[in-house]
Design a protein around this ligand. Sequence first.
Ligand SMILES: [Zn+2]
Length: 387
Amino acid sequence: MKRGTMSGDSSLLKSINKSTLLKLIKLHAPISRAELAKRTKLTRATVSALVEELMSEHWVVETGIGESSGGRKPMMLEIHHKAGHIIGVDLRSTNMLVLVTDMCGAVIRKTWYPYEQGESAEGTLRQLLSILRQERAALPASPLGLLGVGIGIHGFVEYPSSRILFVPHTGWKKLNWKDAIEEQLGIPVIIDNEANLAALGELEFGAAADCSNMLYLSVAGGIGAGLVLQGELFRGNNGYAGEIGHTTMELNGRPCSCGNRGCWETYASERAIANDLHVEYAPGFTERILDRLNKGDAEAIAVVRKAGLHLGVGIGNMMHTLNPQMIVIGNAMGQYAPWINESIHESLDSRFSYLSSFSVRVAYSRLGEDCCALGAVSAVIREKMIG
Ligand SMILES: [Zn+2]
């Protein structure tokens, strides 16, 4: 948010107050100035002055007359959803999903792009820059234009530098795409891990909209988690919190890609399902397994159910550690809900029944394939609006 020429402290305070107002308007729109004053305990005059600034900066618009609680009917406020646009990108292993949204995360264009340059990091960056230029050129005119780009990476991303440290499926290491894209396009860029962004997506627009403590479990070939604690992403010391698939479930268990044995993801992921069904884990795996499940294939049903039992054990461990309100299962495994839900709850009920007061809601991603890209959009909106 723009700072004025006043002293540092009062400028910061004003910026915090404006961010607080924006957050409340976003959460409770349509909302009146009087209600904002009541909720923030700021004076009516201060609220009016700050709202005036937010309107002149195009963040907020008046939306109509509300109900009176006694005196004059109030003018209601909401976020100016057409004021600008955000681009969210999900860089998957076989293609990339690009969403263009308005200021409130409503999708106005959704495009899948196949990779044109194989697995080369330089080629992918070139392609991504060209896509972002095209998408920006196609945006409808708006007062604030393109506010920023959020990019989800299925790998390790350092925080707060946004440096891509390692992407397992391509082998990419130590890439500073944030600076490269910001320099080329002149817009702010946020790069984060897929599970972190998907957690933000479900928190902002999906299954966990009323939660301040929630865990998003991204389960496909492996298991990663996005941890939202007290309404904010918890990243750990360097940004790698949530690599929960590599917690140990069996002391001398199955070998894992990380070099250890008995990791949770070797029992509860799609790779575990592939291993137990003696089939290859390759592109199209989810669709092939869902097809078998839908046709009533007894072997596939039993194997997927077993993965659900192991998921339940790990979820119980996370309940003990973090006591979240909700755990959202997403990525490919979100689509297996009808075949894993019962066995997940069977594990929870049989092992953790004494924790009923801790009870956790197990839900499935509501945003589906858009989850990570919408979370990337949410990360940009949060940074811009809430700071
Ligand atoms: Zn492992």
